[in-house]
Design a protein around this ligand. Structure first.
Ligand SMILES: [Zn+2]
Ligand SMILES: [Zn+2]
Ligand SMILES: [Zn+2]
Length: 140
């Protein structure tokens, strides 16, 4: 997992200025459990402008520190990533917990798609929705 120091160090290595506003956003993000929206962070750092919050979250996503999670209703959330490389999520529609899958599960599909369509596939986004084991057990 990430701590403030390691994130600041990586921002510094990539020559991003560490402003007090940016630091406040990074701190707020790292304290979140589960997924969150830009608005969630905005309400945590009311003195920081929306554009700065948005840009910092985007930057952290590009650095692989945050990943984007698409919920079943189509809304986009962010969460602190446990994996830096491409991965997929299992999203529980009952308790909203998110589990990250260890590896891309689609390489064979991608190969087939490229062969049959002539496309050069550059990316994909695949999330799974359902009820997690804990929710299934409590419903039983
Ligand atoms: Zn993730
Ligand atoms: Zn659940
Ligand atoms: Zn994948």
């Amino acid at each position: 997992m990430y701590n403030l120091e390691s994130v600041v160090q990586r921002l510094d290595e990539q020559r991003y200025r560490i402003t007090p506003s940016r630091l406040a956003v990074v701190t707020a993000v790292l304290h979140r459990r589960g997924h969150f929206s830009v608005d969630d962070i905005l309400s945590q750092v009311p003195r920081v402008g929306r554009a700065t919050v948005f840009r910092t979250i985007k930057l952290l996503s590009e650095m692989g520190i945050l990943c984007r999670v698409l919920l079943e209703d189509g809304s986009l959330r962010y969460r602190v990533s446990h994996r830096q490389d491409h991965h997929h999520h299992l999203v529980c529609v009952s308790c909203a917990s998110v589990q990250e899958l260890d590896a891309c599960i689609a390489p064979d599909v991608l190969g087939d798609l490229a062969r049959t369509t002539g496309y050069e596939i550059e990316g994909h986004w695949l999330e799974f929705f359902g009820r997690c084991a804990a929710c299934r057990n409590s419903a039983a």
